[in-house]
Design a protein around this ligand. Structure first.
Ligand code: SAH
Length: 218
């Protein structure tokens, strides 16, 4: 018997099952992942692997996050349909696209112009009209648009991102990988409404570092 090539649908169904078994159980998050064609966000060389639950290389030495981590972080944000979200580290735009399906507006910042341009093309292709992009240093946040209901950092901050926390609403939520080494701790900061935060550890993750300034190369 010859092997019949699997359809994208079968592969996606398997990915969704894998995410669910690892604890991504929010049906709205799973639906957003299911509706977002990851192969559109991966370079040609890796399109075959778009449905694998692993991070993959993209241009500029960066990575598109592992679907499980995207699911975990999105779930931890507890997004509502009226929320305005700030994302730091657009990269391929995959995580941005997932956020855009669950929130009212997504503001996303990237320090590589090339990545930003490519991501903008993808948002256009998918008709994601509620995504607002900016080329710049995300470590500074986006003061003109603050405060945000939710903030997601998709590059590893060396320490608590104090500046970003000041751009969060009093009852907002910020999720970020924190740490200087190759393995970081994923943290969830939930505002207590009085200027303080409840901090929760969500597990170990591996992200590329959050770097200062914009990239000089393309
Ligand atoms: N969310 C992305 C993952 C991107 S990897 C995806 O789903 O594809 C992290 C991204 O953060 C990289 O593109 C990197 O260039 C970017 N980055 C790192 N430091 C940054 C900074 N200070 N400001 C903006 N983007 C930054």
């Amino acid at each position: 018997m010859t092997d019949v090539p699997e359809t994208s649908q079968t592969r996606m169904a398997r990915l969704i099952l894998a995410l669910r078994s690892q604890g991504v159980t929010d049906p709205r998050v799973l639906e957003a992942i299911e509706r977002t064609p990851r192969e559109l966000f991966t370079p040609d060389l890796f399109k075959e692997r778009a449905f694998e639950d692993s991070a993959l290389p993209i241009a500029c030495g960066q990575t598109i996050s592992q679907p499980f981590i995207v699911g975990l972080m999105t779930q931890a944000l507890t997004l509502g349909p009226r929320d305005r979200v700030l994302e730091i580290g657009t990269g391929s735009g995959y995580q941005t696209a997932i956020l855009s399906r669950l929130a009212r507006l997504v503001y996303t910042v990237e320090r590589y112009r090339t990545l930003m341009k490519e991501a903008e093309e993808r948002f256009k292709t998918l008709n994601l009209v509620n995504v607002i992009t900016r080329f710049g240093d995300g470590g500074e946040g986006w003061a003109e648009q603050a405060p945000f209901d939710r903030i997601l950092v998709t590059a590893a901050a060396p320490e608590e991102p104090k500046k970003l926390l000041t751009q969060l609403k009093p009852n907002g939520v910020l999720v970020a990988p924190i740490g200087k080494g190759p393995v970081q701790s994923l943290r969830r900061y939930a505002g207590d409404g009085q200027g303080g935060f409840k901090v929760e550890l969500l597990g170990d993750v591996r992200f590329v570092p959050l770097l200062d300034g914009v990239a000089r190369e393309l």
